[in-house]
Ligand binder design. Sequence first.
Ligand SMILES: [Zn+2]
Length: 430
Amino acid sequence: MKNAFLFLFVVATFPAFSQVSATETNIQYYTEKAEKYLDKQKALSSYYSIDKYGIKIFATANDKKINNPEFAIEWSRLGDFKSDLNNSPAEIFKIYKTRSYTFPIPDIAVKKQYMSILNKPEDKPLAGLSIAIDPGHIAHDLATGDLEKKHLKFKKDPLHGLSDSVELAEGMLTYATATLLKQKLEAKGAQIMLTRPEGFSAFGKTFPQWKKDDMKNAVDSLFKIGEISASQKKYFLSAQAKDNDIFRVLFRDLDLAKRAELINKFHPAFTIIIHFNVDETNLGWTHPTKKDLNMAFVGGAFMKGDLSSQEKRFEFLRLLISNQLENSVSLSSSVLDAFTKVLNVPVAGEHDATYIPESCLKTSKEGVYCRNLQLTRYIHSALVYGETLYQDNIKESQLLNKETDKTKNERIQQVAEAYYQGILNYMQVK
Ligand SMILES: [Zn+2]
């Protein structure tokens, strides 16, 4: 009898006890996550609260003062909300705009084939897995590389170790890497989407084509939503508008937004964003550098003005509550380890580039940094934004300069192999 009584006592009191401690654990976990990964300058506390109620997002500091949240989620509903956010962020954004989350979303069309295929053929261990690959930039030729300012040109200088001239456009390197990586992953059964065709933007057009067909509409709609001023609108629609300005102010961000849109429609299990780095102090890129490092970015590290729109605040909440950020760090760690091993290039420490202390937050993995880039913010999946080796490094530039067809370039083949091995390790398949 005594034991039965004790049993009842434990059962009766345990739920209340566990609720209190679960709330406290949640408060601690999400507060730490926000501070460590999301709020770069500790300047965003007026936009959110994490307390006994749950998590709230506020549009302004005054809204927080008067407790008028733009969106709020109680701890008791966090589990459902989190899995809906992991599975269908676009649906959740619609709900976010209506301010109320009332139930788990039924039957969300998310691609989960990978998990559902139980008996995968031995040679197709990635069957059912969808992966998006974004080859950074556009250029397939050096003139477009110039326009993008993603182009380096070294004169032959045998005295300083350059036995031949070097000319590279980053867009050519990223596209060749993406092509090779796609082949390797497809051979293992994965379903791959590239965000752009060779030499084209994510609109499926070159910059001159886009300018001719779509620029006027883009200028009109950017003016309408207040992204550009009346004088900017006048300038961009005039004959005086310079291609460099049109590219930098209008086209680049629209192309990136299109990439995120295509990726999110594809619902990938994760996304691989491919870039090659440069030494940022080597401005103009007319001479080689001695530096050579690898790094990778994931989402997070919002700066002071970075929660100015509802969409940005939603992405902040998504990164805070879903496990996409944690998965991105894990994927990026795996890919970075493969960069180091296959390419024999070390990872970048915190003080190896000025933008790391200025705009990044450290993660648990050296060389993987939170950074609030357009793609790390708007892509709704785990991701690695890879910045492999320094193209302007004296040795690397000469290796990358070989072969006109860059898919035949040995160094590019090694970069693709590094991404591939990193992905296999992350998926724990061989
Ligand atoms: Zn790049």
